[in-house]
Design a protein around this ligand. Structure first.
Ligand code: PMP
Length: 369
């Protein structure tokens, strides 16, 4: 059995030789590699989830609310309250993690014979989900400092005329935010070239020094903002992502979503978490100040650091980042090697976890000098 490999099977050509998304899940004392929120949910919220799930369990013989109306209404309220931009039920769609949101968008607006572009390095799943949905992937350029080179990006859009344009802000893995003027210019370029859908991935926006781009949705039906409860809400295990867009976009993704894709348990849990938004967002403030501490302490220790608007920090420069990753791991701290030569990424953890990380990288620096 074990001598049969993926490529021995009649898999689709575009999947041959590819690797699955693979952040290592290693059992080490300090795990700062997947941009999770390090704080477990507070106990009163755990109790509320149990209550809501108990209620939902009584109806598990029935399919869940296919349109997740109550949940989408509460997500819309959260977006309106935090951005000042009016968002309603008809503007919001939810799925199992923003990865599924992205998949549904690509199934709707990408697909065979179509292409999507992202400006790399950026979130690797944009390219992987593109391939998985039969959408051709175009790797657009970035400057050496990881900002988007607007002229080169506009040129790539004009030349390739992609159907979907991804802009991740704050960007993963580099942490920097994209200025709203750049997003607007890329939207205009994408409309002039095709027109195409522009997906602004705001998975980390709650950690940003700047504001959400939700107000840009006004008058731009081909713009989508995608969000997640995995980071700021500290609920990566819940698998709940969502988008805000023109109601026509919400109608369009329903052409591809599986019926009843969001389980009653997921909807109940997400609703309980949204009842505790204020408490959960207090952790965001703590994480932002820990993120800022990581930036300044890494710089003080002699590392190069990319300015961060997220809950993680990209740092370097290493002659061999994989060896550096291993040496940090040998000291009990798991960070992320995204394969960007010279750089590694660390997620902001609790103050104690961050201290352990900073001790490890200070020792590494001494070893190197
Ligand atoms: N977008 C970005 C930029 C991410 O970094 C991630 C997770 N690492 C996601 C989307 C997906 O998050 P989830 O599916 O957990 O909502």
């Amino acid at each position: 059995m074990s001598d049969v490999r993926i490529d021995d099977l009649p898999v689709r050509d575009e999947l041959r030789g590819k690797s699955p998304y693979g952040a290592p899940q290693l059992d080490v004392p300090v795990r700062l590699n997947t941009n999770e929120n390090p704080y477990p949910l507070p106990e009163p919220l755990v109790e509320r989830i149990a209550e809501r799930v108990r209620e939902a369990a009584r109806n598990l013989n029935r399919y869940p609310d296919r349109d997740a109306v109550e949940l989408r209404t509460q997500l819309a309220k959260y977006l309106t309250d935090t951005s000042g931009h009016e968002v309603g039920l008809a503007n919001v769609w939810a799925a199992n993690g923003s990865n599924e949101v992205i998949q549904q968008l690509l199934q709707t607006f990408g697909g065979p014979g179509r292409t999507a572009i992202g400006f790399e390095p950026s979130y690797s799943m944009h390219g992987l989900i593109s391939r998985g949905t039969g959408t051709g992937w175009i790797s657009g350029p970035r400057n050496e400092d990881f900002t988007i080179d607007l002229v080169a990006a506009e040129k790539a859009i004009a030349e390739n005329r992609p159907d979907v344009v991804f802009i991740t802000t704050p960007n993963n893995p580099t942490g920097n935010a994209v200025p709203p003027e750049t997003v607007l210019a890329l939207y205009e370029a994408a409309q002039a070239a095709k027109p195409s859908m522009v997906v602004v991935d705001e998975a980390y926006i709650e950690f940003s020094h700047g504001d959400s781009l939700l107000p840009l949705l006004e008058g731009r039906p081909n713009l989508v903002v995608s969000r997640t409860m995995s980071k700021a809400f500290g609920a990566a295990g819940l698998r709940l992502g969502y988008l805000a867009a023109h109601p026509a976009v919400v109608d369009a993704v329903q052409l591809v979503r599986l019926p009843y894709h969001l389980s009653a348990v997921t909807q109940a849990t997400a609703l309980a978490a949204l009842e505790h938004t204020d408490t959960l967002l207090k952790y965001v403030e703590q994480l932002k100040s820990e993120r800022d501490r990581l930036v300044s302490e890494l710089r003080a220790a002699g590392y190069a650091v990319v300015e961060s608007d997220a809950n993680f920090v990209q740092f370097g420069l290493f002659e061999d980042s994989h060896t550096a990753w291993q040496k940090i791991l040998d000291r009990g701290v798991l960070v992320r090697d995204n394969g960007i030569p010279g750089w590694l990424r660390v997620s902001a953890g609790t103050p104690q976890e961050n201290d352990a990380f900073l001790d490890a990288v200070r020792e590494l620096k001494k070893e190197q000098s």
